[in-house]
Design a protein around this ligand. Structure first.
Ligand code: GLV
Ligand code: GLV
Length: 337
């Protein structure tokens, strides 16, 4: 049998591509920007398997025309760019990369919390652009004051893998109190870490720092809107390393402009890349990052390995280890036969 065809929408790691080439006839899109939709559609029509990124829109229109396509291995934990329900109906397997990026994303969340609370970016600019020099003071009791984390309350929205690791660091590392909101109670973690459940509005009123770790779904779209931003403390800091669309950006800009909250640390945006003149770029109390939650050497490589494991398992007729749409097993068995 000829090798099944695989289209990979961005350069991954050489060693992982080599491994995949033992099973698949691999084509890699080697540009720095994503393939345009029309290109992805043409490729999808020709191939048996795809490796996609969150920048690739895989809608039902594309899936219906991809007659040979059997598996999509997403190089991300989130998969809101893929119409999962449609893929399942068509018998197309979808896999993601959970677990391997938990640590990196939790660490970036803490980088943003600390950078926002202690004004690190602002402080860097203060030194770098000579303002410190111009003040003539080497040290001043009221220079660049921030907020301390110990004893404060962290509100975690979404206590999944990433959210619970962020919570663990808060409790064990910073001596914070942690409250959480999730659609599921996590009594195991309540016992283990002493975290406490709150409904969403209660959490927003009580937390000093609020951090978002939910996937983007119809239910979480604009979950943080004007009304909810108004519930937060004026001293609150909002952190988002999940998906930009969970926050209503216009409402957030208004909240920052009018001082409803004290600051924000954002790694994800409704529009990515964020345009240079975006209102969010004007605030000193906002720390911005370009969607780099999982961007460590270790994690990005482990994500590629997991993509390969999923594709190899499927090739061998086994259930892929991190299958998203388990119901697809009833539609079609794994494999290309
Ligand atoms: C990145 O945002 C991911 O979902 O892995
Ligand atoms: C993602 O890995 C999550 O469950 O938080």
């Amino acid at each position: 049998m000829a090798k099944p065809k695989l289209f990979v929408t961005r350069e991954l790691f050489e060693d992982v591509i080599k491994k995949l080439e033992q099973y698949y006839d691999v084509e890699v899109w080697d540009k720095y920007t994503p393939p345009p939709y029309e290109v992805l559609l043409e490729k999808a029509k020709e191939v048996d398997a795809l490796v996609t990124l969150l920048t690739d829109k895989v809608d039902c229109n594309l899936l219906q025309q991809a007659k040979k396509l059997r598996i999509i291995a997403q190089y991300a934990v989130g998969y809101d760019n893929i119409d999962i329900e449609c893929a399942t109906r068509l018998g197309i397997y979808v896999t993601n990369t959970p677990g391997v990026l938990t640590e990196a994303t939790a660490e970036l969340t803490w980088a943003l919390i600390l950078a926002t609370a202690r004004r690190i970016v602002e402080a860097d600019h203060f030194v770098r652009w000579g303002e410190w020099w111009r003040t003539g003071t080497g040290w001043h009791p009221k220079m660049m004051l921030g907020v301390e984390l110990k004893g404060k309350t962290l509100g975690v929205i979404g206590l999944g893998r990433i959210g619970s690791r962020v919570a663990e660091i808060a409790v064990k590392g910073f001596g914070m109190k942690v409250i959480y909101y999730d659609t599921k109670r996590r009594e195991d973690l309540e016992k283990e870490l002493g975290v406490e459940y709150r409904d969403l509005d209660q959490l927003l009123q009580e937390a000093d720092i609020i951090t978002i770790h939910v996937p983007l779904t119809d239910k979480t779209y604009h979950m943080i809107n004007e009304e909810r931003l108004k519930k937060m403390k004026r001293s609150a800091i909002l952190i988002n390393t999940a998906r930009g669309k969970v926050i209503d950006t216009e409402a957030l800009v208004k909240a920052l402009r009018e001082g409803w909250i004290a600051g924000a640390g954002l790694d994800v945006f409704e529009q990515e890349p964020l345009p240079p003149n975006h209102p969010l770029t004007a605030f000193k109390n906002v720390v911005l990052a370009p969607h780099i939650g999982s961007a460590t050497y270790e994690t990005r490589h482990a994500m590629a390995e997991l993509v390969a494991e999923n594709l190899i398992a499927f090739y061998e007729g086994r259930e892929p280890p991190t299958l998203v749409n388990k119901e697809v097993l009833k539609v079609r068995p794994p494999g290309f036969k």
